[in-house]
Design a binder for this molecule. Structure first.
Ligand SMILES: Nc1ncnc2c1ncn2[C@@H]1O[C@H](COP(=O)(O)OP(=O)(O)OP(=O)(O)O)[C@@H](O)[C@H]1O
Length: 311
């Protein structure tokens, strides 16, 4: 990730609610101009992280930087374009008696920087009627109004907590495509969370996996996929080649290892007699890490250029 502009950086971020640590020791860097899928099981800490990045919840420990500036509740980075954040929270508060057009007017009045054309074209793109009261819109259209409001605020980082849940599969794919295009065109970084792995197919180009409040993996999707293999062969305590075992499964005669590859060329095929090697699908990669809260072995971001970043 060296040389790339960093949009969001977490340094040992933790958040405690009473005795529960919702997030613990989270350290990661997210490059700018990406759509980052933040994935984790229920209760993994996604909403907590999104709210800290969105500046509505303080961290208990560590620091969270957006555009190089530390976030804090009430500070939305208005003065610094690189630190401007817009959050669409899970609850997505909208005034029920306001029409979508009223909500855009509200957005214009409450944001020092406001791009009305961007917000309106988003609503037009998804066929949201401007004159209907929000209380009478479908859940999917209400989600689109929240997205349009957030986009109109011209954020450098757009934080979307479970934005796809209320959308049908067609709208979900369209929203994902539009967000990728918005990120590419405007330089904006999008963080979107989900606990549904199937939702993620083709959605993000960068992945951040949370497990039990910890960030267990972060990196560009293609690099992460190229950096892992699944090996199947005769029952053995260890795989036949180098790498960090992320997951192992054994039957009486067979062993299957999911391995994070070391070295400079993740594409080098492993040739071992009796062993079959294949790449992981995105779903397999996510499921493996979501279920593996304590993946063994340090994997430093600077081990090799473009390496998957162990966080
Ligand atoms: N306000 C709160 N008070 C007490 N505990 C909380 C609070 N918010 C979150 N938690 C706890 O922190 C942990 C992480 O919650 P969080 O909502 O961040 O997870 P999540 O990954 O977003 O889950 P989900 O996918 O179910 O929305 C959970 O154990 C949750 O019970």
């Amino acid at each position: 990730m060296s040389g790339e502009r960093i949009a969001v950086e977490a340094r040992d971020v933790g958040r405690r609610f009473g005795r529960t640590w919702a997030l613990r020791d989270c350290t990661f860097r997210l490059p700018a101009q990406r759509v980052v899928a933040v994935v984790g099981a229920n209760g993994a800490g996604k909403s907590t992280l999104m709210n800290i990045v969105g500046g509505v919840l303080p961290a208990t420990t560590g620091s969270l930087l957006v555009g190089g500036r530390e976030t804090a509740p009430g500070r939305r980075g208005d003065g610094d374009p690189a630190a401007r954040v817009a959050l669409v929270a899970q609850s997505r508060p909208l005034y029920r008696d306001f029409s979508a057009a009223d909500m855009l007017r509200f957005g214009r009045h409450t944001n020092r920087l406001w791009d009305d054309g961007r917000a309106r074209s988003w609503l037009a793109r998804f066929g949201v009627p401007l004159d209907r009261r929000c209380g009478r819109l479908s859940a999917g259209h209400r989600a689109q109004v929240s997205l349009a409001l957030a986009l109109g605020a011209r954020p450098a980082v757009l934080v979307l907590d479970e934005p796809l849940a209320s959308l049908d599969p067609v709208a979900r794919a369209e929203v994902a495509g539009e967000l990728l295009a918005e990120a590419a065109d405007s330089g904006m970084t999008v963080m979107l969370s989900s606990h549904v792995v199937a939702e993620l197919s083709g959605v993000g180009d960068h992945l951040l996996i949370l497990s039990a409040g910890r960030a267990v993996l972060s990196g560009d999707v293609d690099v992460l996929l190229a950096g892992h293999v699944r090996l199947t062969g005769p029952r053995a305590p260890q795989p036949p080649g180098p790498g960090t075992v992320v997951h192992a499964r054994h039957t009486a005669r067979q062993s299957t290892f999911t391995v994070r590859l070391p070295g400079t060329d993740p594409h080098t095929p492993l040739v071992a007699p009796g062993w079959a090697t294949r790449p992981l699908t995105l779903e397999e990669l996510v499921v493996t890490y979501v279920r593996a809260p304590h993946v063994p072995g340090p994997h430093r971001p600077d081990e090799r250029p473009g390496a998957p970043e162990r966080v």
